[in-house]
Design a protein around this ligand. Structure first.
Ligand code: FA5
Length: 349
């Protein structure tokens, strides 16, 4: 059989084989068996050297044509196979966007944070600034600048966790009061601040005490501030949180950093002042401590007490939350049980 016939035969048998293949490996085998070093076309071309020189161009051009046809057919089939594979993958990996999404469980702010946020909004509305102090404090700001020198018995009431001899976890938010007094430039206006945060005491945990809890300190220092300003401010805040039908009572008390000092009670929300187990049959529940800032505290911070004076108060946020929502155990706030926490959705739906 002459070479041209052989070439035509290769073309006739190979092209249909290529078209029927739907596997890339098989396609490559066909390519090697026809166009490879030991392939059929290569063998035919090798036979050209025995041809008559006049015949060679014709055979050569036919060989090129057959090789180009087969190469193009292989390339085309390769694309067909790849496209089929792609279509199959797309069909298999199809995402049904009409499926309903998994429901997201929406959280709520912690009830302590809700009370804090509410109080912050209220005081910001009255022109107070919110300050942020240090959870690890020095003794000077936590005690000494607040008129509680070393060995003062008032330290025992706030026995706490010491990091070093003179560094401790703050026992109340009043150190922020001392820091702000030190830093404030009174030529620019009065000092009106609140300071919310976490405090620590070596208290034994029970239903109404925790070794760590939240307080909010408030302080106003200006010219001509009186106890009436303190009363009005606290009444406004207490009515905002507990409702305007609560009676408010100011009782004399003692804090080293205020003089005079008061403890503030509200009429019992449970019995409306008649007397019940919640208020221990007194009709009143204590909610915070306050007083007129002691001159020693102002002087320790370099404030001129002939010109300036003011008031301070400190309230327990946990206690506020307990009283507002009738929670009987403070430890519930810190167990992170979502069944408990989700009851206080606040304004969130
Ligand atoms: C103080 O801490 C004062 N620094 C408050 C103050 C500021 C008075 C400025 C005057 C002027 P006291 O120790 O009473 O005071 O604590 C204030 C509030 O924190 C209490 O009324 C109570 O609500 C809360 N509290 C105190 N101890 C605990 C505790 N172990 N667990 C939870 N809440 C507590």
């Amino acid at each position: 059989m002459d070479l041209q016939t052989q070439l035509r035969q290769v073309s006739q048998t190979t092209l249909p084989q290529i078209q029927q293949t739907n596997d890339l490996k098989q396609l490559n085998q066909i390519r090697v068996s026809v166009l490879g070093k030991k392939g059929s076309i290569t063998a035919i071309l090798r036979g050209m050297r025995d041809l008559d020189p006049q015949e060679r161009p014709q055979v050569g051009s036919l060989a090129n044509k057959v090789r180009d046809e087969i190469t193009a057919a292989i390339e085309h089939q390769r694309m067909v196979i790849e496209q089929q594979a792609m279509n199959a993958a797309l069909a298999a990996e199809k995402i049904d966007v009409t499926l309903p999404a998994r429901p997201l469980k929406r959280g709520v702010p912690h009830v302590i944070n809700q009370i804090l946020d509410d109080l912050e909004d209220l005081f910001i509305g009255m022109g107070y600034q919110v300050v942020d102090g240090y959870e690890v404090e020095d003794e000077r700001h936590n005690f000494e600048m607040l008129n509680i020198p070393k060995n003062h018995p008032a330290r025992d009431m706030q026995d706490t966790f010491y990091v070093k001899d003179d560094i401790l976890l703050r026992t109340h938010m009043s150190p922020d009061e001392a820091r702000e007094l030190e830093a404030h430039d009174f030529s620019k206006g009065p000092l009106k601040m609140i300071s919310p945060g976490r405090v620590y005491r070596r208290d034994t945990d029970d239903a109404t005490h925790s070794h760590q809890f939240f307080q909010m300190e408030g302080q106003v220092i200006d010219k001509n501030i009186t106890m009436a300003d303190l009363k009005g401010t606290l009444e406004y805040a207490i009515h905002h949180i507990f409702g305007t039908d609560r009676q408010i009572r100011f009782r004399p008390s003692y804090f080293p950093f205020t003089e005079p000092s008061v403890e503030v009670d509200i009429s019992c929300f449970n019995c409306d002042g008649k007397g019940c187990p919640v208020c221990k049959y007194s009709g009143w529940i204590e909610v915070l401590g306050a007083g007129m800032t002691h001159p020693n505290v102002l002087q320790a911070a370099g404030v001129d007490t002939d010109v300036y004076g003011g008031f301070a108060f400190g309230l327990g946020i946990d206690r506020f939350a307990m009283l507002k929502y009738g929670i009987t155990d403070i430890r519930d706030f810190y167990l992170n049980d979502v069944r408990f926490l989700h009851q206080f959705k606040g304004g969130i739906i």
